[in-house]
Design a protein around this ligand. Sequence first.
Ligand code: HGY
Ligand code: MN
Ligand code: MN
Length: 405
Amino acid sequence: MQLVSDELINRLRTINQFSADQIGQNRLVYSPTWVKGQQQLIKWGLHAGMPVTVDAYGTVYLDVIGSQSPNGIIATGSHMDTVVHGGQYDGLYGVLGGFQAISNLVTALGQPKKTLWLVSFSEEEGSRFPATFTGSKHYARVADIHNIRDHHGISFDDAREKAVSRLQLPGVKTGLPKLPDSFTELHIEQGPRLINQHLQIGLVTSIVGQRRFTVTINGVANHAGTTPMADRHDALLIATSLINRLAIIARTISRQLTFTVGELHVWPNTANVIPGKVTFSVDTRHVKKSVLDQFETTLRAEAQKVAVPPVQVTIDRWVNDQPTLLDADLLAQNQRLAKTLGFTTATFASGAGHDSEIMSRVTPTTMIFVPSIKGISHAPEEKTAPADLHTGVALLQESLKSQAY
Ligand code: HGY
Ligand code: MN
Ligand code: MN
């Protein structure tokens, strides 16, 4: 079945242009660029004659109603939001690749027997508000997030209501659709395996567990020139030595345990003032819950060692996602289809978190990866070769076809 390949590349370019005047992609949930992205997807759906639904969190659902069992639903999709200064493919490729696969199938084979759904989740990254997977958690009826604010003090609910109201284009329905019979997420690998092994497709066995914390060190702000070194409670020096110790401990616990401090804020952040307060993020991941438990225990113990009055330390854990097994039958099906298509594959666990870990709690779920050049992601340099983009769509297409036609 001939892929109409330029459409996908052009659609990716169109939505990525919405944040073109900044460094990388900045489609933070409920931001103006995010609204434009979801609005553009809605317009493409309406133009293709697809019924469009938007839920209260801003997730967009495009339907192709099935002829024989409209209630049997086969879904695909990913997330519309990005990290700060992110890449052009993380999330968006799964949304637009899913749209392309469904469009190709309807063009070539007409109406499916089961309903096909494309889902563009509102938020996955946790890059604006301190919560992740808020779109898929709402859709999967796992949790509804409220009472959180971004760094500017804007409330999640205010931002959500304003942005979602902008998605109420003529012809768009509102509501929370039922759950599908299966969910498949097409995504870039965001790591080096496929590209280094010159393989075309990654089939995902499981998704690592991840935990995110905000650590706050309250020291004593004071004069940089008159305060003797021995009398200081410098929050930044305390934080940096704690971070270095945690990095060394993480390596000794497990070489597969990831430990990342991606965010660090200093108050008052002035050259001639001893920092009185520092907050920093900790993102840690592993395929085993026991290893994450061990690291968290150590993190808390090491933090308490430096909490000697007047120094105070607080730790806020705001992500605690468990390691997740994905559906083995759907993976095996995709392995067979990939072989038939002549695609080279590997199966492995995902080091990145995905909406699929939430969806796998409520329906059989699988993921299809395509290579990331140099394994880079969450950066403007994120890139996947067009041929690999199309290979992922081709396999997704065959997978949806085998389930819905
Ligand atoms: O952080 C992650 O693993 C994902 O990209 N949200
Ligand atoms: Mn993603
Ligand atoms: Mn991401």
